[in-house]
Design a protein. Structure first.
Length: 291
């Protein structure tokens, strides 16, 4: 199993968060055709958490303490109820590529919050983050954000919640292994669905086949696989590397927009993508270095 080969886990988990999560922005857009935002987010994580819980029960995994359940539930609330939930709300008016561009601010926020809590960022990490942000600026010369300040503000709040959770995870007593992401997803779903009902959202009477397929993709690939990989990265890699998916996700999201929706990819996008990937390489180099 992969747990016996930790050297394989880092590249595989990075691939999951970079590539799979890059595609989830478009999947959310498709799912929103039928599902309201918090119904979508809550259902996604409740189903994914339920699947993982069933697998853990079958494996006879050790149950966590109440303290660990509480801590994992806090992370689930920040990342999934606030972070992903507001992302779904924002994508009602923002396109998927624009949403991914805003999320690229998360590594910077994570490193800043981490530094405030005593962890000093390395010079190469700052260089990588700076290059990533420069790449995002170049990309915005072509892929302009919709004139929707409300949607942009929601995404900034979502990024702050995600960054705070990213900093807290290595500092909290959390369940071991997959039990941590399982409880986080269950908590995110159990909090999101009541919020959806209180906000007037309802389950669709006749969702489209495409929306159902997008929801299932989000459950299996975006949550069970990629979110579990992200939680592992946060506990085993430096914060800047663990959140570097925020730089690669816009590249994937914009490529899929070009491939599936006919969006134009011009020189600012290509230049921005190149600079972003260079920034990610610097962050990865810093993460492998000692001291």
């Amino acid at each position: 199993m992969l747990s016996k080969h930790p050297a394989l886990l880092l590249p595989l988990c990075l691939a999951a968060t970079w590539l799979v999560w890059g595609s989830t922005y478009l999947a959310i857009k498709f799912a929103l055709i039928s599902f309201p935002p918090y119904v979508l987010s809550g259902t996604r994580y409740l189903l994914a958490g339920g699947l993982l819980l069933a697998w853990l029960i079958w494996q006879r995994s050790t149950w966590p303490s109440w303290r660990q359940v509480r801590n994992a539930s806090l992370i689930g609330f920040l990342m999934l109820t606030v972070g992903n939930g507001l992302t779904c709300v924002a994508e009602q008016t923002l396109d998927s590529g624009a949403t991914a561009l805003i999320v690229a601010a998360t590594p910077l926020l994570t490193v800043l919050l981490s530094q405030m809590m005593g962890s000093r960022a390395r010079a190469l990490e700052w260089c990588g983050i700076g290059l990533g942000l420069l790449g995002i600026v170049l990309m915005n010369l072509d892929a302009r954000l919709a004139s929707d300040p409300h949607g942009v503000m929601l995404m900034i709040i979502a990024c702050l919640a995600w960054a705070l959770a990213s900093v807290l995870i290595p500092r909290l007593d959390l369940p071991q292994g997959s039990m941590s992401s399982t409880i986080q997803m269950l908590a995110g779903g159990l909090i999101s669905l009541p919020l959806a009902l209180l906000g007037g959202e309802r389950f669709p009477a006749a969702p489209t086949a495409g929306a159902i397929a997008a929801l299932l993709y989000l459950v299996l690939f975006g949550s069970v696989i990629a979110y579990s990989a992200f939680v592992w990265l946060l506990r085993n890699a430096r914060p800047a590397l663990a959140t570097s998916s925020s730089y690669v996700n816009p590249v994937v999201a914009l490529f899929l927009g070009w491939l599936l929706a006919g969006e134009t990819v011009s020189w600012p996008l290509l230049a921005g993508m190149s600079i972003i990937l260079l920034g990610v390489a610097l962050i990865g180099w810093s993460a492998r270095s000692k001291g």
